[in-house]
Write a protein that binds this ligand. Structure first.
Ligand code: NAD
Ligand code: LMR
Length: 329
């Protein structure tokens, strides 16, 4: 085992479904490899007993990279000194709901947690929001943490990215490893835009290889954008293992870097790139070097893509307006 000091990783909603998949993988090195980690687990008071059971199971794995676990219901204690935070804890939507319906139910969680992170997290804190509506919850947390640089707040669209990779791989009959430069633009919602015009399959344009605009519009985009609802319909519960996997992959790449020659989708505060209004937390193609992401510049956005990106960004603007009216930012 490494002699490095443990990295403190805070996870909220730790006794929930996603938490149950997430914690064991973090503890076994999926985010930071051999670097020891200390888990800081936040739950609401009634869920602390269940969380104690999860901690017993973590103990029973005897993970070599798990240096300690602390649990609690007070974000100011649990986030103390945290280097990485995965904000998962929030109500999931049920069948028939859109993620935006969760705005008022979940938004308040992120004002409190943003403030607590602002006050007690480590100077190098990176915050990834998975709890829905993820983009706008990240905006709320960011706005309530004025001392933390904005670019340390991301939201999760890696699950959408992975869904798009696997749908495209199935269509072209190639493994996911043949695909590069996938991009999800916009919101983690039904308006998101998975862009095949900039995607490559074995170096060839995915849109040209597929050459089927009807499949793109009628099958690919809706399948990816509505996958969350399809899983709720089938499982009676929202995606959990795949969401935990995506949360891990996003954080792993944000800390450790993206693969040479490729990029990933990350919802990050817009700097105005591609006409997305500054400050909205919107999904972009990003590369990461030395723990800092950059939005990939200079991609061609055709008329079809422009309209799709604009529609998703308009939804993000509506959500920003709604949480402003709710007094959350
Ligand atoms: P879940 O209901 O199983 O677990 C949520 C947990 O959060 C519960 O244990 C609950 O007690 C806890 N919680 C609630 N309020 C809290 C607070 N203030 N502080 C700390 N913990 C709190 O839900 P889940 O299936 O694990 O999903 C969690 C969230 O992730 C949902 O909002 C869901 O919609 C979202 N999600 C996002 C993505 C994505 O791609 N961005 C994918 C899947 C799920
Ligand atoms: C998902 O995409 O699976 C999650 O955001 C859950 C949901 O509500 O769709």
């Amino acid at each position: 085992m490494s002699t490095a000091a443990p990295v403190k990783i805070a996870v909220t909603g730790a006794a929930g479904q996603i938490g149950y998949s997430l914690l064991f993988r973090i503890a076994s090195g999926a985010v930071l490899g051999d670097t020891p980690v200390e888990l800081r687990l936040l739950e609401i008071t009634p869920a602390l007993k269940a969380l104690e059971g999860v901690v017993m199971e973590l103990d029973d794995c005897a993970f070599r990279t798990l240096a300690g676990v602390e649990i609690g219901d007070d974000p100011k204690k649990v986030f103390e000194g945290a280097n990485l935070a995965m904000l998962v804890g929030a109500m999931p939507r049920k069948a028939g709901m859109e993620r935006g319906d969760l705005l008022s139910a979940n938004g308040a969680i992120f004002t409190q947690q943003g403030r607590a992170l602002n006050d007690v997290a480590a100077d190098d804190i990176k915050v990834l929001v998975t709890g829905n509506p993820a983009n706008t919850n990240a905006l709320i947390a960011m706005t309530n943490a004025p001392d933390i640089p904005n670019e340390r707040f991301n939201a999760l669209t890696r699950l959408d990215h992975n869904r798009a990779l696997s749908q495209l791989a199935a269509k072209v009959g190639r493994p996911v490893t043949a695909i590069q430069h996938m991009t999800i633009w916009g919101n983690h919602s039904a308006t998101q835009y998975p862009d095949l015009f900039n995607t490559l399959v074995d170096g060839q344009s995915a849109a040209e290889l597929v050459n089927d605009q009807e499949w793109l519009e009628q099958t690919f985009i809706p399948t990816v954008a509505k996958r969350g609802a399809a899983i709720i319909e089938a499982r009676g519960l929202s995606s959990a293992a795949s969401a935990a996997n995506a949360t891990i992959e996003h954080m792993r790449d944000w800390v450790g870097g993206t693969p040479e020659g490729d990029w990933v989708s990350m919802a990050v505060p817009s700097d105005g790139s591609y006409g997305v209004p500054e400050g909205l937390i919107s999904s972009f193609p990003c590369t990461v070097t030395d723990g800092k992401y950059e939005i990939v510049q200079g991609l061609e956005i055709n008329e079809f893509s422009r309209a799709k990106i604009d529609a998703s960004v308009a939804e993000l603007e509506d959500e920003r307006k709604a949480v402003t009216e709710l007094g959350l930012i």
